[in-house]
Design a protein around this ligand. Structure first.
Ligand code: MSP
Length: 508
């Protein structure tokens, strides 16, 4: 049986969730929902969570006069709340302060202590780190990483100079192996531009990395050296296996590891495409199949920032447009993978055009006509419209395999336009006067397309899909029928009672 394990980054709890976090998480949810349709719900595991250790979190907590744990509890709850609002169907939400995680990290790091790398040397060793550290990234920096002495992602945070004894991980020893698995495609780094970036970086040479910190209290202690705290990124990356019960070799771990898709943005690519696979290799574990790093977005042409005041709170978006509306407005902006701009000024226009006057109106129109001309009973018919539903599904399935989430969504909206045109051209209101036979055919075609559309939009717009299934009187069928059968053509049963009911989207 095929399985699908998908992860998002675990987000720092130094601030409440914003649209950037929501973007990756919604994308993950779309994939998880699609694969649940395709493989069955038991064969999909969708993990998200919060990254709660590290100096950045403890400093922020201190600013608010809270203990790091109390602060992490508060913000982590805000993430869970926002994800519930957005209808994120995660299977597990991991927090790095949970005992189950901490025990796994200790176990893994102890294992590393005993491990020997490809060069025959032990993979970890004690050394001295001397250099710069950005608390914004929680990352060590070289002069080359900085511009005018500042981190590009955190220009307001002065990099700290550190000189301390640490435990080091022999990353350099894994360089050739990582390059090889990426080039061979055994470990896919996507999109292609990100893969090239990672390969270039490896070719330039990899230094060993410090994996513990002295003088950092808020974190997990190195099990064999209680004066040292495990570097927050090593702690965080291990969440992807700790959540599955790696230490105890749980059934869940055996079933779902390695991850099929790990989603993240380009800011944390090196951690996921270089350090993470090296750590896994050192621990003797399989590598994820795909590491997909999408771009960063701006909002109305500007970087999201508190100073500019354009930081979008996902909860506000849900309050205004509903959870499906919010999901739609975020994912329909630009191709997944690219950098892009979220046009928040046009949210209302887009919501009205694509959802209220698009999908919503089409469903009302078709069901309204079936009520009017056929007393709400699906007319006799056999699907015969020119629109090729088989190709529609073929393209969607391929699109999901390639993570073309934007293109897939667009093809659904294009299908809505196709139907609107079809209605305008066939003019059912005229057929009702003079061609009953054709009227039946046209409305059968339309209701069958609406059925397909409702199944297709489910990963993006789960509430809308379920509301349509209700209207089509097929909610039970949806539960009982396999996805590949649902994709077949002509499943709408003539004679079935359908109901127009309320509009799916209120116009703004
Ligand atoms: N805690 C680490 C991740 C550890 S994973 C083992 C972290 N957290 S974060 O809170 O800073 O989240 C970074 C992620 O948030 C990005 O990789 C991306 O998924 C998402 N985004 C944050 N801002 C974004 C944009 N402006 N645009 C797109 N995605 C954004 O890094």
């Amino acid at each position: 049986m095929q399985k699908f394990y998908i992860t998002t980054p675990i987000y720092y709890v130094n601030d409440k969730p914003h649209l950037g976090h929501a973007y990756t998480t919604i994308a993950g949810d779309v994939l998880a929902r699609y694969y649940r349709q395709k493989l069955g719900p038991d064969n999909v595991w969708f993990l998200t969570g919060t990254d709660e250790h590290g100096v950045k979190v403890s400093q922020t907590a201190e600013k608010f006069d809270k203990t790091p744990q109390a602060y992490a509890d508060e913000i982590s709850a805000k993430f869970q709340f926002a994800w519930d609002q957005l209808n994120i169907s995660y299977n597990d939400f991991i927090r790095t302060t949970q005992t189950r995680h901490e025990e796994n990290v200790e176990f893994f790091v102890s294992k590393l202590k005993e491990a020997v790398g490809p060069d025959g040397q032990s993979v970890i060793y004690k050394g001295t780190y001397e250099g710069l550290y950005c608390y914004g990234c929680e990352a060590y920096k070289t002069e080359n990483d900085l511009v005018d002495g500042k981190c590009l992602d955190h220009p307001n945070i002065e990099p700290a100079y550190l000189k301390e004894e640490n435990w080091f991980f022999r990353l350099s020893a894994f360089a050739d192996h990582i390059k090889e698995v990426i080039e061979r495609g055994d470990f896919i780094v996507a999109p292609e531009s990100r893969k090239n970036e990672v390969l270039r970086f490896i070719t330039d040479g990899l230094d060993d990395i410090a994996i513990s910190r002295a003088n950092v209290d808020w974190g997990i202690k190195v099990p064999f050296d209680q004066d040292q705290t495990i570097y927050v990124w090593v702690d965080a990356l291990l969440n992807y296996i700790s959540a599955l019960g790696y230490k105890d070799n749980d059934e869940k771990f055996k079933t779902f590891w390695p991850a099929n898709v790990q989603l993240l943005a380009k800011d944390i690519l090196k951690f996921h495409a270089i350090i993470w696979p090296a750590i896994l290799m050192a621990g003797g574990l399989d590598l994820p199949r795909v590491c997909f790093a999408h771009g960063f977005f701006t909002v109305d042409g500007q970087k999201m920032s508190k100073t500019i005041g354009n930081v979008i709170d996902p909860n506000n978006l849900v309050a205004e447009f509903g959870s499906d509306g919010a999901r739609y407005l975020i994912l329909s902006q630009y191709p997944f993978g690219n950098d892009g701009d979220i046009k928040a000024d046009d949210f209302v226009i887009k919501y009205n055009a694509d959802l209220a006057n698009g999908i919503g109106n089409l469903v009302s129109r078709v069901l309204g006509m079936i009520e009017k001309y056929f007393g709400g009973l699906v007319p006799q018919g056999k699907y015969g419209a020119e629109y090729n539903l088989k190709d529609f599904w073929g393209n969607l399935d391929q699109g999901y395999a390639d993570l073309k989430l934007y293109e897939n969504l667009k093809s659904m909206i294009d299908l809505v336009s196709w139907c609107d045109n079809y209605i305008d051209q066939t003019k059912p209101w005229e057929l009702a006067k003079n061609d009953q036979d054709k009227l039946e055919k046209v409305l059968y075609n339309l209701i069958e397309i609406v059925r397909h559309l409702s199944i297709a939009v489910y990963p993006y717009l789960p509430e809308t899909a379920e509301a349509i299934w209700d209207k089509l009187n097929i909610s039970q069928v949806m539960v009982e029928t396999k996805f590949e059968d649902l994709q077949k053509i002509g499943l709408m049963e003539p004679g079935l009672k359908v109901t127009k009911g309320d509009a799916l989207f209120a116009r703004k």
